[in-house]
Write a protein that binds this ligand. Structure first.
Ligand code: ATR
Length: 284
């Protein structure tokens, strides 16, 4: 049932391009309704050339806060008054809160990722060895949060190796106690044996795509596999992991957990336990 909007309704939303596929309105509105908060969450399609005007406009309209998705997560930073340490490390903002007349940017993707690893995979990052596939924005967020969670070593495997090299460079100097390595995607199979956790941060697995040359046979027994893709819910990578009896999870838990963290920043209260994830799961 749709909530009633009145003169006191507080507006939240998400800016992106495209934004119509976003599942955030569904889960955020479900939480507002469940807690009987007079708030509404709406999608705003914002093309890159309108980003600055949109941010100023949202501020001027007095919205409570908003999420930021592709392609604005990095481009928005110059238009904010302040960003959190997490957002600075990731070079990306996914949540903006209007605080005492200032726009403050946060990154809850990393918090969501680590929470999902713990809840959906029973995986403890502390002291672990992780193999990350990809070197884009999602990989950077994952890398930043794994560094903060006490991971011992991280291998980045990327199709364009130079991009992997560049990604780890920044982190090498900031986290000298961690071991970082960048490898080309062709070397993925022979490095699987070194990982306690394999994470796909690329879009491969969406639609009918798959890593054709990936051979999970070499992975350790007891290793875990996380695919940030959640549509389809079981990607070829996850199907292969399940066939090997490995612990595995898709990105739905991360999506729900980043949303819960944003909700807490905006409202100061927790959304009902498990509600956002159940709402998301009902869509598949
Ligand atoms: P995001 O912000 O979602 O991470 P991105 O910055 O465009 O998106 O990065 C996409 C990542 O997926 C990159 O690591 C990309 O590899 P390249 O750096 O070589 O482009 C990876 N990627 C996308 N399509 C891929 C494919 N078909 N096979 C392997 N890697 C792919």
């Amino acid at each position: 049932m749709m909530m009633k909007v009145n003169g006191k309704t507080k507006v939240y939303g998400i800016i992106g391009d495209p934004v119509e596929h976003s599942l955030s309105p569904l889960m955020q509105n479900a939480a507002f309704e469940a807690l009987n908060l007079n708030c509404v969450y709406v999608p705003f399609a914002v093309v890159p050339s309108n980003l600055e005007a949109a941010v100023k406009g949202l501020f001027a309209l007095g919205v409570g806060g908003f999420n930021v998705t592709i392609p604005h997560k990095t481009a928005i930073i110059p238009f904010l008054d302040q960003i959190s340490g997490d957002a600075e490390l990731c070079g990306a903002v996914n949540t903006v809160n209007c605080e005492n007349g200032r726009l403050v940017g946060y990154n809850t993707d990393g918090i969501g990722f680590i929470r999902s690893l713990k809840e959906d995979l029973a995986f403890e990052p502390q002291g672990s060895r992780v193999l990350l596939i990809g070197a884009g924005g999602a990989a950077r967020g994952a890398l930043a949060s794994l560094c903060g969670a006490g991971t011992a070593s991280i291998i980045v495997a990327n199709r364009t190796r130079e991009r992997g090299d560049t990604l780890i460079e920044t982190f090498c100097s900031r986290f000298p106690q961690l071991r970082f390595e960048s490898i080309p995607l062709e070397d993925l199979n022979k490095n699987l044996i070194r990982a306690d956790l394999v994470v796909n941060t690329t879009s491969v697995g969406m639609g009918k795509t798959s890593f054709e040359a990936l051979e999970l046979g070499a992975i350790k027994d007891g290793a875990a596999v996380y695919d940030m893709v959640y549509s389809p819910p079981e990607t070829p990578l996850l199907a292969a992991a399940r066939a090997r009896n490995l612990r595995c999870a898709n990105g739905l838990g991360m999506l729900a957990a980043q949303g819960e963290a944003a909700f807490k920043i905006w409202t100061g209260v927790d959304s009902p336990l498990g509600l956002m994830k159940r709402e998301l799961a009902s869509m598949f």
